[in-house]
Design a protein around this ligand. Structure first.
Ligand code: NDP
Length: 340
């Protein structure tokens, strides 16, 4: 290796953002690509996933997972190609997925990587519909919401990586599916391509009334991705014995202080089940989901959409964008082309 090819670039945290993160909160450092020791694997990153949870890793206070320290490489899931392997389970040219961070090249212990095939589905889908976001939707729908034939299932951030899969799974279970998304284009896509029965724009002037019109029989299942005003409107329409999967509340991730909470007194009278979950609680479900969904993605039974940003250096802007609804579909950074 020589010249620029001999260097790896990494994005490290420079300071903790206040409010919306920006490129100024990160540094890009360059260093010689390290050689793997025995048991280690050197990979070149092809795809980097950008996910809302990353905002939590930038906070001083601990969330459900440890934060990134100042000067540390930013965390993130990647798809890469093996360049050099010091472990017999991997060979140069293999494609792998792992949580390897915002870097052009990574050194990993072999057990931090999972081999994937480029034949089953596009490599990028292992960060979206066939990866952590897809498994999140699967867990929330099947373990908490459990939609039944004829019930009304509502999902927010409906055109996003998690929401788009959650709604399709509820549809397959026979529910009437209503999405909530930001803007007419996202709503149209949710109906045309994902097969949702209806979709409401959360920026509309009267979200409550529009949601009520879309859900004339109330709401039996809610897959919560955003919180805030959307949550309030949905909660007003929950039916007795409704199930709420608390997946995330992206509308609050940039907040310095959280707004006063809602009055949840109705939860008792309506016997509503509200349950939070984290996809990594049961890692075996990712493997289960992947095996189940691979053929459905390959034959087009499950639809997905990707929003691709070019270049590792644009990852901080991409993160700011996903927290602000600028992405349309699963947000990815292409770090290198697969053919390079
Ligand atoms: P998305 O691809 O859905 O992107 C986030 C979307 O959130 C934006 O595109 C935007 O869509 C919407 N949004 C942002 N701000 C607001 C707001 N103020 N009000 C309403 N909507 C808003 O991201 P993911 O699918 O990756 O993640 C969705 C949720 O799932 C997040 O809350 C995330 O943290 C959570 N999650 C939880 C996991 C778990 O284990 N519990 C695992 C993975 C994800 P729009 O334009 O439609 O408003």
């Amino acid at each position: 290796m020589s010249g620029i090819n001999n260097l790896r670039r990494s994005i490290v945290l420079k300071r903790r953002p206040k409010g919306e993160p920006s490129a100024a909160d990160f540094d890009i450092i360059e260093e010689t690509i390290p050689n793997p020791d025995p048991g280690e694997v050197l990979t070149r990153t092809l795809w980097l996933s950008i996910d809302p949870y990353m905002r939590g890793r930038l906070r001083e206070e601990q969330t459900y997972a440890a934060g990134v320290q100042i000067g540390e490489v930013m965390t993130g899931e990647t798809v890469g190609r093996v360049m050099v392997s010091g472990d017999p389970r991997f060979h140069a040219g293999d494609f792998v997925v792992g949580a390897r961070g915002w870097q052009t090249h990574t050194i990993s212990q072999a057990d931090q990587l999972t081999k994937i095939s480029a034949d089953a589905a596009p490599l990028s889908t292992y960060l979206g519909i066939l990866g952590m976001p897809g498994a999140t939707a699967y867990a929330g729908v099947t373990e908490i919401c459990k939609p039944r034939q004829g019930e009304t299932f509502v999902v927010s951030a409906a055109s996003g990586a998690v929401g788009s899969v959650a709604g399709q799974l509820a549809k397959r279970a026979g529910a009437r599916v209503v999405g909530i998304a930001g803007g007419a284009e996202k709503c149209l896509w949710a109906q045309d391509k994902l097969g949702f029965d209806d979709c409401v724009d959360h920026r509309s002037l009267d979200l409550q009334r529009e949601l009520q019109t879309a859900c004339p029989n109330g709401i039996d299942c809610y897959f919560e991705n955003v919180g805030g005003a959307v949550q309030q409107a949905v909660f007003n329409l929950l039916n007795p014995f409704a199930r709420v999967a608390m997946c995330g509340m992206v509308s609050q991730y940039n907040a310095q202080e959280f707004p006063p909470g809602p009055n949840l007194g109705f939860v008792v009278g309506k016997r509503v089940l509200i349950q939070g979950f984290i996809v990594t609680d049961r890692p075996e479900r990712l493997t289960e989901w992947r095996a189940m969904a691979e053929p459905l993605v390959a034959d087009g039974s499950l639809a997905y959409r990707e929003d691709v940003i070019e270049g590792l250096e644009n990852a901080p802007d991409a993160l700011a964008g996903i927290l602000d609804g600028r992405n349309f579909g699963k947000l990815l950074v292409r770090v290198a082309h697969e053919a390079d």
